[in-house]
Design a protein around this ligand. Structure first.
Ligand SMILES: [Fe+2]
Ligand SMILES: [Fe+2]
Length: 277
């Protein structure tokens, strides 16, 4: 095997004892369906309280839609990509417990995609502008393209759920919801609030998976460290070369609170000096 081949092989994690991983929520198909039916009812009740003008984006403050376009595509495309990379995890899952978690997540991400698509449509942003907006520098584009290029489920779940969603954290959806509400964007606020529980669950099962991998073989720590470094380096595009450095530090700070005690070290990321504020 070539040196490169060996490095690639070493980066793969195989959980030798799959019984180490347990879905922290203990979800069966019946429990999942019942839980999501309740969530759906709650969401529809919240949505029904919105005045019709909110759904037509007539209540937002002036200039809001122009500024929010980038945020909207940065919500929509990651959810859309999530349906695809998590479907890869369902197909390639090495054991049933992980397959089930990924399957439930696939259903969650599909709903989130639909909610975000509706925001873009109701805000009147022409569909041909969505992708070019997301492909600009300073978005999550490169990170999600990388996730779509992978086919190993454990690597995808570590990078996407543990690092990506873990850094974004349930708190960031609360911040997005509060920010949207303060600017009169009530539909986005209700949508963000409706996904907090799902996203928290995706992060929690990924944490359980990381713990299982570390218990199974402490040498897996080095692989997970490398995956974290790759994921955060790509995600740091969102810090816009350091212009949003303060925001970035708060963002990764919440992730390190969880990753640090597991033995993971912060990823060194440097932004161009000139861009710092
Ligand atoms: Fe989602
Ligand atoms: Fe998610």
């Amino acid at each position: 095997m070539s040196a490169e081949g060996k490095a690639m092989a070493a980066r793969r994690i195989v959980l030798r004892d799959p019984s180490r991983f347990k879905d922290p929520h203990g979800l069966s198909w019946e429990k999942y369906i019942a839980m999501q039916a309740r969530e759906r009812e709650r969401y529809l009740a919240e949505r029904a309280k919105l005045p019709p003008e909110a759904l037509e984006y007539k209540l937002v403050e002036p200039g809001y839609l122009e500024r929010a376009r980038e945020q909207f595509v940065n919500n929509y495309f990651p959810e859309l990509c999530a349906t695809r990379y998590i479907a890869t995890c369902v197909c390639n899952a090495p054991f049933e417990e992980l397959k089930r978690c990924a399957m439930f997540q696939l259903l969650d991400e599909q709903r989130h995609t639909e909610m975000d698509r509706e925001v873009l449509e109701r805000a009147g942003i022409p569909e041909e502008e969505w992708l070019p907006l997301w492909q600009q520098p300073g978005t999550t584009y490169r990170f999600f393209q990388h996730l779509l290029s992978l086919d190993e489920p454990i690597e995808i779940i570590v990078k996407a759920n543990f690092v990506g969603e873990g850094a974004a954290g349930p708190a960031s959806f609360k911040v997005l919801a509060d920010g949207a509400r303060a600017r009169g964007d009530l539909l986005s606020a209700v949508n963000h609030e409706a996904r907090i529980r799902d996203e928290t669950r995706h992060i929690t099962y990924a944490q359980a998976l990381v713990r299982a991998c570390l218990e199974d073989d402490p040498a897996n720590l080095a692989v997970i460290q490398e995956w974290q470094n790759e994921a955060l380096t790509l995600f740091s595009d969102v810090a816009k070369g350091g212009v949003r450095q303060q925001w970035w530090e708060g963002f990764v700070g919440s992730y390190y609170k969880i990753a640090g005690p597991m033995g993971l070290q912060p990823t060194p990321i440097s932004f161009p000096q000139a861009a710092r504020r």
